[in-house]
Design a protein around this ligand. Structure first.
Ligand code: CP
Ligand code: NVA
Length: 308
């Protein structure tokens, strides 16, 4: 069974096929209304559960629309409203849902919840973000980069900011797709060493560079994310802002990257905090292409999971 739990757990050949299939499906739909069904209806007769234990706009809507375009049906479930939020075990939830649906996507807090759901589920499970990783986002980001700049293999990606869940999936992708990854941020918010070691073990050049201006030299892509993630306590907000302010992505920072360096942000953004409006809305920003490509990338992920 093909779970899509993390990028490093998926074979690089399959990852490449997913990206290429996403692009082909996107191109095939060009110019059509969002509600038009895909001609081959690959998810016909398939029922998909979308479970959210955290807020979402992009993940929720893109998965829902993607399933429907492919001819399947969805149900969006709030973790709080399920018995899961009132003491039922994740194992029992997995066993029960497997009797009703063909595929489960979950956005949750603890990675362990995702792993247990997959362990006890008889149907494929997709990671729609945990406190630790966000693989669907980075599949969309790879598709976005390659649409604008060609193969990402061998390129230099620089992450400026918090070493968070989105960075972690970039590190997984660096190992699988073969690009270099520089982290620049305050030492208190470094990514887990495990993510760096894994990417390096697969031949990717991953480094931590404290000086943001030095870090972005020669970058093909500059990425950032919110300074306070959904799993971070609000009490840490001020401290994190103070630590991260020197790593804001602004025009001065972008001027040190390659002139055609792309800018990415998974969104939602806190404008003029982690990145300035001038960068977010500037000519090298592809933030809304990333958001659109969640749809196309995840459709290909779902087809891969279901063998369709
Ligand atoms: N980027 C992303 O996952 O957005 P949502 O939180 O809106 O799903
Ligand atoms: N790092 C952010 C990503 C949101 C899509 C968070 O986890 O809140």
């Amino acid at each position: 069974m093909n779970h899509f739990l993390d990028i490093h757990k998926t074979d690089p050949v399959d990852l490449r096929a997913i990206i290429d299939n996403a692009k082909a499906m996107k191109d095939a739909r060009a110019g059509q209304s969002k509600g038009t069904l895909d001609a081959d209806l690959p998810l016909k007769d398939q029922m998909v559960a979308l479970i959210f234990e955290k807020p979402s706009t992009r993940t929720r809507v893109s998965f829902d629309v993607g399933v429907r375009q492919m001819g399947g049906q969805t149900m969006v479930l709030s973790g709080k409203e399920m018995q899961l939020g009132h003491g039922e075990t994740i194992a029992d939830t997995a066993r029960v849902l497997s009797r009703y649906v063909d595929l489960i996507m979950i956005r949750t807090f603890e990675e362990q919840t995702l792993l247990e759901l997959a362990e006890y589920s008889d149907v494929p499970v997709i990671n729609g973000l945990t406190d630790r990783t966000h693989p669907c986002q980075i599949m969309a980001d790879i598709l976005t980069f390659e649409e604008h700049r060609g193969p990402i293999k061998g390129k230099k990606v620089v992450w400026s900011g918090d070493g968070n869940n989105v960075f972690a999936s970039f590190a997984h992708a660096a190992g699988q797709f073969g690009f270099d990854l520089i982290f620049t941020g305050p030492p208190q918010l470094d990514p887990e060493q495990e993510f760096i070691d894994l990417a390096r073990s697969k031949g990717s050049n991953v480094e931590i560079v404290r000086d943001p201006l030095a870090a972005v030299e020669g970058a093909d892509l500059v990425v950032t994310d919110t300074w306070v993630s959904m799993h971070d306590p609000q009490s840490a907000r001020e401290r994190r802002h103070n630590q991260l302010r020197p790593y804001q992505v602004n025009e001065q920072l972008m001027a040190h990257a390659k002139p055609d360096a792309l800018f990415m942000h998974c969104l939602p953004a806190h404008r003029d905090e982690e990145a300035t409006n001038a960068v977010m809305d500037g000519p090298n920003s592809v933030i809304f292409d990333e958001a659109e490509n969640r749809l196309h990338a995840q459709k290909a992920v779902m087809r891969w999971c279901l063998g369709k």
